[in-house]
Design a protein around this ligand. Structure first.
Ligand code: CA
Ligand code: CA
Length: 414
């Protein structure tokens, strides 16, 4: 089929073919095959390829005399009619269909349009019908057809990949769907776009979203003076931090969380030493005491003043735990001789009190070293201060001239 051919017929003589072309108002040229008696009529005479049909004789209609038409020469037929002679009288009969119908979403290919010719139309790309739609040129010059609609292709809902969401423009031909990993999940390509094709399928990319992991190297996780508990380092996991022994914080509980971007939450736990380490105090983990040993031999009153001057007090040993810690601390510091601690019975001999006036209920007296009615006064001085002797780490009641090293106690309040 060559564009420009508008009709053809068989069992035709050359003269019939020429006459037919002369009768047809828009025929410009013809091709004729003598072997099979086949005639083509052309709308154009300059179309490339018209002359090349193998076995056909091509002729421009202007080369044929119009008087061949005889009585039809002066007929006034419409463009889709031809003149016929009935007993020498010319009349017009419909010979072809002209205007093609306009069909939505379909293409009607070029083809013959003579009476009884058929055309099969094609849905546009992305559309389809349930059967092959055919148009036939009727004897009335009108195209007859049943018109199954060309419906747009629908690919249905696309797959939703694990841990992702689909953002889509629709499910019909040329629609697209973008699949994007959920927050906290990631893939090689963070998103993919699929398209609904003419084959009624989505293009077949896949997205594998895997949970984000946060950096688990020690220097990233490290917070000074804390201990951490961690079970996982993936998105949403939490690390629990607690201050180590001897350190405290205003926060009772603290967590770092692995965020969707692969970083840990930035808040940090600040653990502060309970003892003034920088001033020489040391934390005693058994009792919680913050002790400092000062190896300078002075009397009890001076020792008390030295402790007070730095915001401390002489060590208050009011439990077995504190006693144990104090003893170990003195040993560690190589204490030797008398060591002052907090306590006095100066106001009322035999009634031992701390600096705040509370009665001392826990004691570690050396037997008969505090007043039992006959030891006091010991010699000629009233004894009313307490301290350890490192010979046996017992408490001794001593007078105010007794010189010794001393234990201060001080805490940082949070
Ligand atoms: Ca005493
Ligand atoms: Ca004594």
């Amino acid at each position: 089929m060559t564009e420009g051919e508008f009709t053809h017929f068989y069992r035709s003589s050359l003269m019939d073919c020429v006459t037919e072309c002369l009768l047809s108002r828009h025929c410009q040229a013809l091709s004729y095959n003598r072997e099979v008696l086949h005639c083509f009529l052309h709308e154009y005479n300059n179309q490339t390829g018209l002359r090349d049909r193998n076995g056909y004789f091509f002729s421009d209609i202007t080369s044929w005399p119009k008087f061949w038409l005889g009585p039809c020469l002066f007929s006034n037929c419409s463009t889709n009619e031809k003149c016929v002679l009935d007993e020498g009288v010319p009349s017009c009969v419909i010979s072809e269909c002209t205007e093609l119908p306009v069909l939505a979403n379909a293409l009607i290919p070029y083809g013959h349009r003579g009476v009884n010719d058929t055309r099969t139309y094609q849905c546009d790309l992305g559309y389809k019908t349930d059967w092959d739609p055919v148009l036939r040129c009727g004897r009335d010059g009108q195209w007859e057809y049943h018109h199954p609609p060309c419906r747009i292709i629908n690919c249905g809902n696309p797959t939703t990949f694990l841990h992702s969401v689909n953002n889509m423009t629709g499910t019909t031909f040329a629609s697209s769907v973008t699949s994007l990993c959920d927050a906290g999940y990631t893939a090689g390509a963070l998103s993919i776009e699929r398209t609904c094709g003419a084959d009624e399928r989505w293009t077949n990319q896949t997205l594998e979203c895997e949970i984000v992991s946060c950096n688990d190297t020690k220097d990233v996780l490290f917070i000074p003076n804390t201990a951490r508990k961690m079970s996982s380092t993936t998105y949403g996991s939490a690390i629990e931090y607690n201050c180590v022994t001897g350190y405290n914080s205003t926060q009772k509980y603290f967590e770092k969380t692995c965020l969707a971007d692969g970083n840990w939450s930035t808040n940090s736990l600040e653990c502060i030493a309970i003892c003034f380490i920088e001033e020489g105090y040391e934390y005693q983990s058994y009792s919680g005491l913050c002790l400092k040993y000062i190896n300078e031999r002075i009397n009890h009153g001076s020792a008390n003043s030295r402790c007070s001057a730095e915001g401390a007090s002489l060590a208050r040993i009011d439990s077995g735990r504190k006693h144990n810690d104090a003893v170990n601390f003195m040993k560690k510091n190589n204490a030797n001789g008398f060591v002052h601690i907090q306590g006095s019975d100066r106001a009322d001999n035999g009634d031992w009190r701390y600096d705040d006036g509370d009665r001392m209920r826990y004691t570690r007296w050396k037997k008969r070293e505090w007043w039992e009615g006959f030891d006091e006064p010991n010699g000629w001085l009233l004894q009313y201060y307490v301290g350890y002797y490192t010979s046996d780490y017992r408490w001794y009641d001593e007078n105010e001239n007794e010189k010794g090293s001393y234990l201060c106690e001080k805490y940082r309040l949070i």
